[in-house]
Design a protein around this ligand. Sequence first.
Ligand SMILES: Cc1cc2nc3c(=O)[nH]c(=O)nc-3n(C[C@H](O)[C@H](O)[C@H](O)COP(=O)(O)OP(=O)(O)OC[C@H]3O[C@@H](n4cnc5c(N)ncnc54)[C@H](O)[C@@H]3O)c2cc1C
Length: 427
Amino acid sequence: MTKPESAGYDYDVVISGASIAGSAAAILLARRGVRVALLERRSDPEAYKVLCTHSITANAYPVLDELGLVPALEKAGAVRNEARWYTRWGWIEPRAAPGGPALPYAYNVRRSTLDPLIRSRAEQTPGVDLLLGHQVTALIGEAGRTVGVRASTPRGEREIRARLVIGADGRDSAVAKLAEVPTQLHENSRFGYLAHFRDLPLPGGIGQTWFLEPDMAYAFPNDDGVTVLAVLPDKKRLPAFREDLEGSFLDFVRALPEAPPIDSAERISKIVGTVNYPLVSRRPTAPGVALIGDAALTGDPLWGVGCGWALQSAQWLVEAVAPAAAGRGDLDRSLAAYARTHRRRLRGHQTLAVDFAKARPFNPGERLVFSAAARDESMARHMYLFASRLIGPLQFLNPLALAKAAAVNIRHRRKAAPSAHLSRTGS
Ligand SMILES: Cc1cc2nc3c(=O)[nH]c(=O)nc-3n(C[C@H](O)[C@H](O)[C@H](O)COP(=O)(O)OP(=O)(O)OC[C@H]3O[C@@H](n4cnc5c(N)ncnc54)[C@H](O)[C@@H]3O)c2cc1C
């Protein structure tokens, strides 16, 4: 049964959390005629997530486009994200094929720019009521399903009834906890710190990522000439690192291959970070409830994929449930369709990320593909498509790609050691 006996909803949908996922879902739902209450516990419309390096992967471009945000992002100085990755085999430098299409991109843009922008767009969308200072504290249940929320507000407690409650309230989602949605936590064996700099040029003016096996680091140019630098070492290094956080951070960066010139740059933020950031996987639906963004799946920050998936999962949900959320279809079946899409699109990515979060060195498959990508442009493009989450793990590691990677490496070895090869083959 989809509709509870007692109708009388205040809204069709109530969303907990007006950050990336919640604001995107609110806009897309309201454009389809759904009445939305968008609740945000913080009262400041300019509030933003501090703990983020905000490189938004290319898989999110179509959602940014559908939201109509691309011109505003470009105007705000968001930087189209190109990247190169350091490995022990050298730099992987993805470039468009000669005469081929440009590489897909999205943007590096500070959350202090992005979050207020997307939230204000939601507020301006007819059909959305943005309710700041509203913190979801309980769910209203009826006949085994959720039919609304209770929220603490600047004017006291308030009940808001709705056909569907969306949890877009991040990794520690109150909605997920209150709905008792099954949750899996996966240990992350790295910790991370980041800081913002000015006057920190990067080679080629593009993003850099260092795979140091097992440590990681990255640097991204952002809007307003700001570069964000992040280090993600193995947790074994944490006690020593913490003894002198600033010194350790700077030394770590100075030791990177082709290190950014950190000593001549100006640091304009505190060094902030997290020492315990498990990956989270949740079932993305329950009766009357859907989870999107980090509330449904929190990936490993080192891959920089959470913002893109926050936007995409909002879009997948809206496409599946909009008619039913407005009372014109079967909500349970629509929620089941969303859950299937979410699982199909993200489960494989998360499985790989959970394994990599063990801070282990590259496994044989990764060695094969990363080394080939450092030596061959088409393999570099193949890696770029995966890192941009435009292809999934099955396509990334398909037999043809692996065979190609093996051929690249054999060719490379022959070139590197022609005399050894000649004497081995006897030719
Ligand atoms: C160190 C680090 C670096 C990262 N770097 C990147 C990167 O480079 N690229 C990338 O794509 N991703 C990155 N991420 C991940 C990214 O930050 C998240 O995936 C993204 O913010 C998820 O968006 P969201 O809208 O789902 O949740 P959030 O942005 O977490 O927003 C949740 C919202 O819900 C509100 N809220 C919470 N509880 C309640 C409640 N009870 N009632 C009402 N409102 C509530 C919060 O105030 C907040 O506004 C990084 C994460 C970390 C930790």
